[in-house]
Design a protein around this ligand. Structure first.
Ligand SMILES: Cc1cc2nc3c(=O)[nH]c(=O)nc-3n(C[C@H](O)[C@H](O)[C@H](O)COP(=O)(O)O)c2cc1C
Length: 308
């Protein structure tokens, strides 16, 4: 069982320090760990050619990006791992662009709902070309190659966002946007850390270091477990029950939406406090849940139920 640490900060920077602590804690608990520093890698942006989806879903090939750079190596490491810890610095209120480049390259092509559909399409029974009286799996007949089984893994993920600023409003989109990385692959969110205002050897730094070790232990403990048996370990349950974010979009009247999950909820004032509730049927439609991904994949041939 392997935990991969992806560092998007400097090689000897703050993200790396917290990530090292988390990986060491996980290793102490018996996990195999690997670290990739991405800062000097060449992960260029997605050029939107659509080849990765076209080749796999129409031509029956593997999910392959045609842009040749370091992306392939990072993707392989992700596919080989069972859990991922991503650490990224906040640049201009949001995670550094290198993480977005990777997310754009990997995410849409590996969207779990689309991948699951394609995987099972390839094992559909069809008449065996050698003896049409019998059925054989489509991929066994050589009609299409089986999809790399690693794409069906159910990864667990944790995020460490690190900003240099003192106040939270200078890191406001950091942690939230990091979660773009895991949602298309339907990674199960285990833990998160939103670090800011921690400098030198201050008590706050000590506190975050200890918390990074706890995050590593939590990730090790989650290895091999079914997601339903893993409680979210983050310190803040947030407002949205599926991504645990605190950001909401007020759409109309008292209707609100989670910008990350896409689910609709209701805002009210109870005893002078703002209360936001998201009904269970909406939570099932979250982009972080398989149901939400499936709804998006089926846009073309399904009329989705109207939003409440
Ligand atoms: C271009 C740039 C933009 C930054 N913008 C922010 C910001 O908006 N908010 C913040 O808290 N820190 C910001 N920082 C500081 C970094 O988040 C901080 O130095 C962090 O520790 C860098 O991670 P690293 O040490 O792992 O490389 C910025 C740094 C750079 C280089």
């Amino acid at each position: 069982m392997k935990i991969l640490g992806l560092n998007f900060g400097r090689v000897k920077g703050e993200c790396r320090k917290y990530l090292d602590i988390a990986l060491q804690a996980a290793q102490d608990d018996g996990a195999e760990v690997e670290l990739i520093n991405t800062i000097n890698l060449n992960i260029s942006r997605c050029i939107g050619c659509g080849a990765c989806s076209r080749n796999s879903r129409e031509k029956g090939q593997q999910i392959r990006c045609v842009v040749k750079d370091d992306y392939q190596m990072v993707l392989d490491a992700i596919l080989d791992a069972d859990s991922i810890i991503v650490a990224a610095p906040v640049y201009v209120l949001a995670p550094t662009g290198q993480l977005k480049n990777l997310t754009d390259r990997i995410g849409p092509a590996h969207d779990r709902a689309a991948v699951v559909k394609e995987y099972y399409k390839r094992v559909d029974p069809v008449p065996d070309p050698a003896d049409p009286r019998f059925l054989k799996q489509r991929d066994e007949c050589g009609i299409v190659e089986p999809l790399d089984p690693r794409v069906l893994k159910k990864w667990k993920v944790a995020y460490i966002s690190v900003g240099g600023a003192r106040d939270h409003h200078w890191v406001s989109l950091g942690l939230l946007q990091m979660k773009f990385f895991g949602f298309p692959l339907n990674m199960h969110l285990v833990d998160e850390l939103d670090i800011h205002g921690a400098h030198g050897d201050s008590p706050r730094v000590q506190m975050f270091r200890q918390r990074a070790a706890v995050l590593g232990h939590n990730m090790a403990a989650a290895l091999g477990k079914h997601p339903r048996d893993i409680a979210f370990c983050g310190d803040d349950l947030g407002i949205c029950p599926t991504c645990h974010g605190r950001m909401i979009t007020v759409t109309r009247g008292t209707k609100v939406e989670c910008p990350l999950c896409g689910i609709t909820g209701q805002l009210s004032i109870v005893d002078g406090q703002i209360k936001v509730s998201f009904p269970l049927h909406e939570q099932d439609r979250s982009r972080l849940a398989f149901g939400g991904l499936l709804e998006h994949t089926n846009y073309g041939n399904l009329v989705s139920p109207p939003r409440q």
